[in-house]
Design a protein around this ligand. Sequence first.
Ligand code: NAD
Length: 502
Amino acid sequence: MSDTSTPVTRQQWQQLADQLRFEGRAYINGASQWAVSGETFPCISPVDGRQLAQVASCDQADAEQAVIAARQAFEQGGWSRLAPTERKRVLIRFAELIEANGDELALLETLDMGKPIAHSRAVDVPATARAIRWTAEAIDKVYGELAATPHDQIGMISREPVGVVAAIVPWNFPMIMASWKIAPALATGNSVILKPSEKSPLTAIRLAALAEEAGIPAGVFNVLPGFGHTVGKALALHMDVDCLVFTGSTNVAKQLMIYAGQSNMKRVWLEAGGKSPNIVFADAPDLKKAAAEAASAIAFNQGEVCTAGSRLLVQESIRDEFVHMVCDALKSWHPGHPLDPATTCGAIVDQAQLDRVIGYISIGQAEGAKLVQGGKRIMEDTGGLFVEPTVFDGVLNPMRIASEEIFGPVLSVIGFNSVDEALTIANDSIYGLAAAVWTSNLNTAHKVARALRAGSVWINHYDGGDMTAPFGGFKQSGNGRDKSLHAFDKYTELKATWIALD
Ligand code: NAD
């Protein structure tokens, strides 16, 4: 289905949804196929509880086929040895096809994981296309190096594709997270096996067809839907996978390091969890803007965001006033039907995640934090999975709601007095993905930004980012970086070649 006119009403989106055909097969070596075992799993929409499709439940046998195909394609060189300019051309075509099929991809994303259609259409689709296009455009502009050698030697430093890359991704931004991996992996000439989350497999499967249409050769890009403990584990333990790239939880990230150690020491690059501090000083230049962004930082994508500003650190002198402003701002994030273009906050991805979010709300109350807004499941009669954006005030950093990643719209407000106290609280976390600081004081801004142990720091805004800058975490938020030219480090081996001159 290609774009003619993007729907503007919920009814029009629903009509389009009614016409959708859902592909549930894996994509291996240029062909769609069911799992070798014949097993499938149901793909249930959190929007209304309806089954969208049966999806191939891949396991070790499918991983085996995909790795053989990927290896053969890599060795044959139809992609790996193609001129970078040619790979660029194909990948740009891939990005164009994503844009041309944007309505369909946005719908698949919304129906599959519950995010508002307005966001799938305006954020997920363009960001996916941009990641692929930006990376493609860069690939014929990177050069090797010459070492500072003595006169009778030449030392050439070059980069080569690592080989077969397995990419295991989560469900919160299924397409975007996939694109951050597959774009640099493919651009640098690798063969790729993408394993989407079992909670959101549909767009990855659709991307495979678009990649084929763009001209990516058979075997170079494969998609294996299925569960982590089956096909994910098989890929992570495989002796012929050279590199494993992952976005997901810290617990699974640690397990993948073990799998790599138990198998072939494949390179493992991890983007994991977060519990990001959003620090608001009394001298913030615009408290209204800070409150609006504190609200979106916890409610955008239903709070299912690795960089969610889930710990709101507020200077005591403005705490009551500011919490009130945040609660007010959260009213514009009241959940609604995800196909309604006016909806800002959609459905939680599945029952297990909803139970987790509700469970943490109970934990917060039991820990003695003060529930000041939200706290309940709503719209149950729709058959969908919706929860109110929730605010706890009077939270102490050691409480579980402040130290553990909830991955839902639950905000913990923690008071502080001084710059040093704010920094101590902010850095007292196993995570180090992102952080923000709001202040008009240049000294405070720089001092805090420098001392924050986080891969991304925002001053006087929340959640900035672009393909032009690296993204990733300190501490147990991961290693390596996605996006920007730094992402190429994950997908290439550095080679030093020495020439002795007579
Ligand atoms: P998850 O760790 O449960 O699953 C992620 C992926 O790993 C899925 O595809 C899953 O099937 C697979 N998996 C699970 N167990 C596995 C195993 N034993 N072997 C191999 N694969 C396995 O995470 P999730 O619930 O899908 O996503 C939420 C998490 O992702 C949160 O912790 C969030 O912070 C994190 N996340 C991080 C970033 C980032 O860039 N740092 C971005 C988005 C999400």
